[in-house]
Ligand binder design. Structure first.
Ligand code: DGJ
Length: 726
């Protein structure tokens, strides 16, 4: 009886549930702490008797708070520099008296709702010094996503606190051996997939060139030796577009701690009394459905909760972009002609890339003066825009606001507006404007506002083609100079946000010498991204496959071009180039008037085919069926979330030699996923108008598969499946 009373009492006091329907965040009393649950994951932290907040579990769903001996070895929820240095710290500070040792204790925890999502907010403070540390975890139960960020505040009335490191959060995985999958690359070769064992020690992936930079701040970690469609995977993606760092601290005993945030290399922040600083968000996710399941969850979350709300649910338009058609030689006459051809093919957005502004006769001049070139456009942009609109298209423009060419009026007038050190030369042609300076911010806001006010611009391609080599800010107070990288990014975000506030309907595209600045910080502001300047369709298959690990297809701009560079590349057919570009946001960037009549007819047909499959590609669930990194083929399946349609895009990078496993590497069958097993599907080749379609059941397509449909090298097929109504 005594036991029964005790059990009833325990059940009553064990949990206080803070629910938004899903019981996502639970306050536990035995042990004292918090249990966070998503659809298939749990995250648990406890408050020890001595007031330390420990992270004790992150992985497959557990039903309730559990006692576990492994807790003895757990890591602080916010690991700090201080005490014994067994873990990697997320926070390092120096107090006014020179003390570099932090000692946090739990103060309070609270659950609130932000944007309809439950958020756990936990306050800790240093046991002696006036530093308050608030950590946040926002929960997205349906997509198995947690967002973490940290705010530090100097609560004292005198004395500064120098922050030498503040990451966005730390997660600790169950003891095991793990593989790390990362995306790395360089201009023309972005988003390449790398995979390797995490051995004891710390693996750091990072960027120090001032932008997120050709290796997005994304990772996936999974038990060693696993990959593909099943099994546990933890992912992370940082919302930051400047210097970033991801750290993987694998202890000898198998405990893996992962941290991510701003890279404080050559950076610190001085918190004066009353000042606070908030880290960017680190998204993490857990799934039991392998790398593809992780990518699906991440994509769904990005599309639903991250992309700018203004166009979140809109289908992205078919684009014409002048860059690979005209280079810098754009002018009213040429573009008016191209606009007519573009409209005739079914293009919806007509974009002038580089070359339209004053002084831009070559790639080293004119940046900074955002005034229309009166030789190329004697009547301004208005007549061209009117014509584009009359033809039924929207009009877009390229800008590169953050840079200034030395040969520009802006640089001649304000040489002190650029970043640099007094006795260092820096880039002799192109400099980075010091956006940390209020006057630079205001100049850019007013010149871009004027441009958007004076012209009916529906789309802005925002480029940044520079690395930061000399981050000097000589006229700032000495103790603020090393904040320049962070202040720059804060003002960059403020600039884009202000413009979006003033022109809410305008679409934005992120570009940085190709895919040099694609991260969730940018993608919460930009509707789409230019993924690479490598427009060669075969290379693009790899780049795009990698990109789709971390971003949804409705952000992935892909062009059909004719010029394939001046070094030897195997030419590919126009149909193939279209089929590759059709797996994202389709665009054309070539002089369409040079096409034969047959090519024009093909282009028109492909654009209308794309419009047919566009809702599936842009808004459906992606199953990456065959990886180009593992075979010499690639297959991408997009299944509509609210329709009965599925499309599968299949590409051959080499001839299909039936029976030769050496050459085809991988199965000669194509197996689909995510279909309804007992439903009937009609399957037909979209490129073949005579194809009447064949019937299959869902389980046949998923378990038996169909013969790989493409025969020749550099060839492709688009298969369309319709589920039959019963
Ligand atoms: C780099 C971009 O990646 C290209 O698409 C193009 O916009 C050029 N800049 C223009 O200078």
């Amino acid at each position: 009886m005594k036991n029964l009373i005790r059990l009833t009492f325990c059940l009553l006091v064990l949990t206080t549930r803070y629910c938004t329907g899903q019981e996502a965040i639970i306050k536990t009393n035995h042990p004292d702490g918090w249990l966070i649950r998503t659809h298939s994951s749990s995250y648990q932290m406890i408050i020890t008797a001595s007031g330390e907040l420990k992270s004790v579990y992150y992985g497959p769903k557990v039903t309730d708070a559990r006692k576990n001996d492994a807790w003895v070895t757990t890591v602080d929820e916010i690991p700090v520099r201080g005490g014994s240095a067994f873990n990697t710290s997320a926070l390092e500070a120096v107090f006014d008296d020179g003390c570099r040792d932090l000692d946090l204790e739990y103060v309070s925890g609270n659950v609130e709702t932000i944007d309809n999502h439950p958020v756990l907010e936990v306050i800790q403070k240093d046991r002696y010094y006036p530093l308050q540390v608030t950590s946040f975890i926002k929960v997205y139960p349906a997509n198995d996503i947690l967002e973490k960020w940290i705010e530090v505040k100097n609560t004292g009335s005198r004395g500064n606190i120098k922050i030498e490191n503040l990451l966005s959060g730390s997660i600790v995985l169950p003891t095991n051996q793990y593989d790390l999958t990362q995306l790395s690359g360089k201009p023309m070769n972005e988003f390449q997939i790398y995979n390797g064992l995490l051995t004891p020690g710390i693996k750091i992936i990072q960027n120090k060139t001032f932008k997120s930079n050709f290796n997005p701040p994304w990772f996936a970690v999974h038990p060693a030796g696993t990959s593909g469609n099943s099994g546990p995977v933890w992912i992370g993606s940082l919302h930051y577009s400047g210097n970033w760092v991801l750290k993987f601290d694998q202890a000898f005993g198998g405990r893996l701690q992962i941290l991510g945030g701003i890279n404080f290399w050559d950076t610190d922040i001085m918190l004066k009394p009353g000042d606070s600083f908030t880290s960017p968000v680190l998204t993490s996710g857990f799934t039991t459905k392998g790398l593809d399941g992780a990518a699906q969850n991440l994509s769904a979350y990005i599309r639903k909760d991250i992309l700018p709300e203004t166009h979140r649910n809109d289908l992205r338009p078919v684009i014409f972009n002048s860059y690979y058609a005209d280079g810098l030689n754009v002018n009213e006459k040429v573009l008016e002609k191209q606009a007519k051809s573009a409209a005739a093919l079914g293009i919806e957005l007509f974009v002038i890339d580089d070359g339209w502004f004053k002084g831009r006769d070559n790639g080293n001049d004119g940046l900074g003066d955002w005034i229309v070139d009166s030789t190329k456009f004697p009547h301004g942009l208005t007549p061209l825009i009117r014509e584009v609109n009359r033809l039924g298209m929207r009009f877009g423009l390229w800008v590169e606001p953050e840079n200034v060419d030395v040969n520009s009026d802006l640089y001649r007038t304000h040489p002190d507006w650029v970043l640099g050190f007094p006795h260092r030369q820096g880039n002799p042609y192109r400099r980075i404007l010091n956006l940390a300076k209020p006057e630079v911010f205001h100049y850019l806001l007013s010149s871009l506002t004027r441009l958007l006010q004076e012209n009916n611009i529906a789309f802005v391609k925002w480029d940044q083609n520079n690395f930061l080599s000399d981050p000097g800010w000589p006229d700032a107070p000495p103790d603020e100079r090393r904040e320049v990288r962070i202040k720059y990014i804060q003002n960059l975000y403020r600039l884009v946000d202000s413009l979006k506030g003033r022109f809410p309907k305008v679409w934005f595209e992120s570009c940085s010498s190709g895919g040099g600045r694609i991260d969730l910080g940018m993608m919460s502001r930009m509707d789409m991204a230019w993924v690479s300047d490598n427009t060669y369709a075969l290379n693009r298959i790899f780049i795009q496959y990698g990109y789709l690990s971390c971003m949804p297809a409705n952000t992935m701009v892909s062009f059909v071009v004719d010029k394939i560079g001046n070094y030897y590349r195997q030419p590919t057919s126009l149909n193939f180039r279209f089929n590759v570009a059709m797996s994202g946001i389709l665009g054309i960037s070539t002089d369409m008037d040079k096409w034969t009549l047959t090519e024009k007819e093909l282009a028109k047909k492909k654009i209308s085919e794309y419009k047919l499959i566009r809702p599936l590609v842009q808004q459906g669930t992606l199953y990456r069926l065959v990886s180009p990194f593992e075979t010499n083929r690639c297959a991408l399946q997009f299944t509509g979330n609210h329709t009965d349609s599925t499309v599968v895009l299949c590409y051959n990078m080499a001839a299909y030699l039936q029976g030769s496993q050496v050459v085809i590497r991988g199965s000669s069958l194509l197996r689909l996923r995510g279909l309804q097993p007992d439903a009937q599907y009609s399957l037909k080749n979209l490129d073949d108008s005579d194809d009447k379609g064949r019937m299959f059941t869902g389980d046949e397509l998923m378990n038996v598969g169909i013969e790989w449909p493409v025969r020749e090298a550099y060839n492709s097929k688009i298969l369309l499946l319709e589920k039959l109504k019963r």
